[in-house]
Structures are given as C-alpha cells and as structure tokens.
Design a protein around this ligand. Structure first.
Ligand code: HEC
Length: 183
C-alpha cells in the first residue's frame, strides 16, 4: 500500500494524463509532505503492511514498562536499507530513504504482548531538521498515542537523543547483527 498523496505541483501535468487515478501516478514520486495519521494507520497493521526484521525477538534496550523482548518491522523501503546495517562496523555511513517506516512492538518476560509500540518514519526534508526529519511515536496497538509522545516536539526528544547517539552514522536507526536478521 502506498502512503503517498499525489501533491507535488510538477506532478499535476502527469496526473492530468493519468487515467487510472491519483494513486497510480504518485507511485514513483516523493510526496510534498508525509501524513502522520496515515503512517500510524499503516503501522498498527504491521503484519499486513510490513516485513519482519528480526529473526526471533530482540532483547530490547527500551527497558521501561516491562519491555523485555521486541519484534521489529519495516516497510520495504526501510527494510532494504536496514538489512545492510552492520552494527559491528562503526565506520558505516547510511542514510535512510524518505518514506522509510520502522515499527517496534514489545513483549514482557513471559512473551505476552504489551500494549505499546514505537514508530519511526522518515518524513520530508525540513520536517524536523534537528532530528534527521524522523517522525517518532509511542502508541498503543490500536494507534492511540501515549503520553503525548508523537511527532517532533519535546515529548519525543528522548527518543531522538538515544537513537542519534546509538545510531549516529546510520541515520538514527540501530541495526541488528546478521545472525539476528530475518531471512
Ligand atoms: C535508551 C535508548 C533508546 C530510547 C530512549 C529509545 N530507543 Fe528506540 N531503540 C533503541 C535501541 C538500542 C534499539 C534497537 C533494538 C532494541 O534494543 O530494542 C531501538 C529500536 C527502535 C526501533 C526499531 C528500529 C531501529 O532503530 O532498530 C524503533 C522504531 C524505535 N526504537 C523507536 C523509538 C521511539 C519512537 C522512541 C521514543 C518513544 C525510542 N525508540 C526511544 C534505543 C532507544
């Protein structure tokens, strides 16, 4: 499914020739702006929309609220680059494509799903220059934001602070060792 609206002015000419509707012509173009609501709506249905990144659960550094193990998902754009990350290579420099979306869902010690997930989505140039244009969210599994932790404001600065220090050269995304990657 594409999140992309057919908005850029330079597309309007193309669209007027496009008989199959806006979605078809927006496919290859970057949108002017990304829509947080659309990202969240897609993210909550991660199993249908995204691919799994981890092989069998990751012991998580997100250690509040009883989180012990995480599963990680991404859309194709994000997953393709994620699989090239090498956590053992401090010299690796990577930029994620705009439109990449990552979702982390969490489990407790006994493997029960917890009702919160983290989302990172790489938005348009200029969305949040201090945060590499990442949209961040802490949500329940139905998409309800928790503690106002959504968007690019002060409530999500702690996400960005940790991700920017741990994923400094990889556009704030923290990779997995090859033996923990889903095939
Ligand atoms: C203490 C540091 C820290 C904080 C704070 C933090 N993260 Fe993470 N995050 C990590 C680490 C480390 C990983 C790699 C997997 C793991 O350990 O869970 C990760 C993984 C993720 C992933 C999967 C993609 C990736 O980079 O591997 C998403 C999405 C994510 N975090 C979102 C968030 C959001 C949204 C917040 C704030 C609500 C947040 N994180 C806060 C350290 C942090």
């Amino acid at each position: 499914m594409s999140l992309r609206p057919c908005l850029p002015p330079r597309l309007s000419l193309v669209c007027s020739f496009c008989l199959f509707g806006l979605a078809a012509c927006a496919e290859d173009e970057e949108p002017e702006t990304f829509d947080p609501d659309a990202v969240i709506a897609e993210a909550v249905d991660y199993e249908a929309n995204y691919v799994r990144l981890d092989l069998d659960g990751v012991p998580t550094a997100h250690d509040s609220g009883g989180m012990v193990v995480a599963r990680m998902w991404a859309n194709e754009a994000g997953a393709e680059v994620f699989r090239t990350l090498d956590p053992d290579d401090p010299t690796q420099m990577v930029e994620m494509p705009r439109g990449a979306v990552f979702v982390k869902e969490n489990y407790d010690l006994d493997g029960n799903p917890l009702d919160f997930m983290q989302v990172l989505a790489k938005f348009e140039d200029g969305y949040y220059p201090d945060g590499n244009d990442w949209f961040s969210a802490l949500i329940q599994r139905d998409g309800t934001p928790l503690q106002g932790r959504i968007g690019k404001g002060p409530e999500i600065t702690f996400c960005v602070d940790c991700h920017s220090s741990m994923g400094k050269n990889t556009d704030f995304i923290i990779g997995l060792p090859a033996d923990q990657l889903a095939p």
